[in-house]
Design a protein around this ligand. Structure first.
Ligand code: PLP
Length: 399
């Protein structure tokens, strides 16, 4: 459903189907203003990669109200020996842990809090599995807004500490069902006149910058495959939308295939794909180490399905063991991610033998920093020795 711009601040779900809303822009106007003149076009294409470079594609009317921590512009890393291991032409990791609060969520938060600033909101409320709460709390603190974060029962202590440190009010709701917490935040926003933040239209628009940056960093040449984790479905939908929009304004011709990855213990989108249905059947008892993507009834579930189907991609479910293995492998090439941050790579490792990756360019999105859930999957060994060179020699060469 499409909503007129003046309603964007008060309407968060489609009144009919209850899923998120979709923003549509005047793409002809974007093309004329940004790309029509060769000098402006050249200047735009050459400008360094960062989130607000793509302002024309965000629902922001007053650029003086932007609240930013220089989010985005995250590295797209290639580690050549891994290409050989996987058997593809190029494998790039989009390392979202490099954002100011350690996840891709900052891209959505900068747009949401800017919007809150534009409409002069004083208090914001948001439901989160941890990362969005930490990100919103940080941006609200920067903007001087009162912030309340609702979280489900089980989230890593590191994320709790982060939200707490930014000074937000944290309320832990006795449930493991993220959508229950999200519904409560929607009721609270309406009842207490708080501005609602979360997996809604403004966040989707902000998270598109992951997709814009990937294409920009590859010299405006789309990759063949993009592997992306799915929780609520907001990120994967946002990335697909960014590609469609770049095609709409004639910046690219080809569209990448989107591969969506979920944890087996909570995979409502992959289940729906297997049934060839757009309807999500909620998971009753979600169980996974990837707590950030444990979303049993995802608000943008049908969007995630459309992103995968319309791009001729596919979905994969990975076990907790596969997620932890991928997390360890990434850390061993210098990329420390939380379990949910490694899910895209777990998906690639799982299907690498089943599809032809020869000559293919692949991007895996690593969504969150390892310090956000530092210990899951690790048994940390401590080597204590006396301050003595012989003791050191013995231990250094035996492990
Ligand atoms: C680290 C991480 N990865 C992936 C996701 C999934 O994103 P989405 O809920 O937009 O599908 C989340 C969501 O919280 C996350 O925190």
């Amino acid at each position: 459903m499409t909503s007129p711009p003046e309603k964007v601040n008060i309407l968060f779900r489609c009144p009919d189907c209850k899923s998120g809303l979709n923003a549509i822009y005047d793409y002809d106007a974007i093309q004329i203003s940004l790309l029509g003149n060769p000098i402006i076009r050249g200047e735009f294409l050459r400008r360094h990669v960062h989130h607000w470079k793509y302002l024309s594609f965000y629902p922001i009317q007053d650029a003086t109200k932007v609240v930013s921590m220089a989010e985005g512009g995250t590295p797209l890393l290639e580690i050549k020996r891994i290409n050989e291991e996987i058997g593809c032409a190029y494998l790039y990791f989009k390392y979202e842990g490099a954002n100011p609060t350690g996840s891709f969520k900052d891209r959505g938060s900068t747009v949401e809090i800017t919007k809150a600033n534009e409409i002069n909101a004083k208090s914001v409320i948001c439901a989160s599995t941890g990362n969005m709460g930490a990100s919103v709390a940080a941006y609200a603190a920067m903007a001087g807004l009162k912030c309340t974060i609702l979280i489900p029962e089980r989230i890593p202590n590191e994320k709790l500490a982060q939200i707490f440190a930014y000074g937000a009010k944290i309320i832990q709701v006795k449930t493991n069902l993220y959508h229950t917490v999200q519904r409560l935040s929607e009721q609270a926003a309406a009842k207490f006149n708080y501005y609602l933040l979360g997996d809604y239209i403004n966040r989707t628009e902000g998270e598109k910058s992951v997709g814009f940056e990937i294409i920009d960093q590859l010299g405006w040449k789309p990759p063949d495959y993009v592997f992306c984790p799915i929780g609520t479905g907001t990120l994967i939908w946002a990335i697909w939308k960014s590609f469609i929009e770049l095609k709409e304004v004639n910046l690219i011709e080809k569209l990448p295939k989107i591969i969506g990855v979920q944890a087996k213990g909570c995979s409502p989108v992959i289940d729906a794909l297997a049934r060839d249905s757009l309807k999500i059947n909620p998971i009753e008892n979600p169980q996974t180490v990837a707590s950030a993507i444990s979303c049993p009834d995802p608000i943008t579930g049908s969007g995630a399905i459309l992103a995968i189907q319309n791009s001729n991609g596919f979905g994969i479910a990975v076990t907790d063991e596969e997620i932890i293995k991928a997390r360890k492998k990434l850390a061993q090439i210098g990329l420390f991610t939380e379990p949910s941050g490694a899910v895209s790579y777990a998906g690639l490792l799982k299907i690498q033998e089943r599809i032809d990756l020869k000559n293919k360019n692949i991007v895996c999105i690593l969504t969150g920093h390892g310090l956000k859930d530092a210990q899951t999957g690790y048994k940390i060994e401590k080597n204590y020795i006396d301050p003595d060179i012989d003791a050191l020699k013995e231990i250094i060469f035996t492990q």
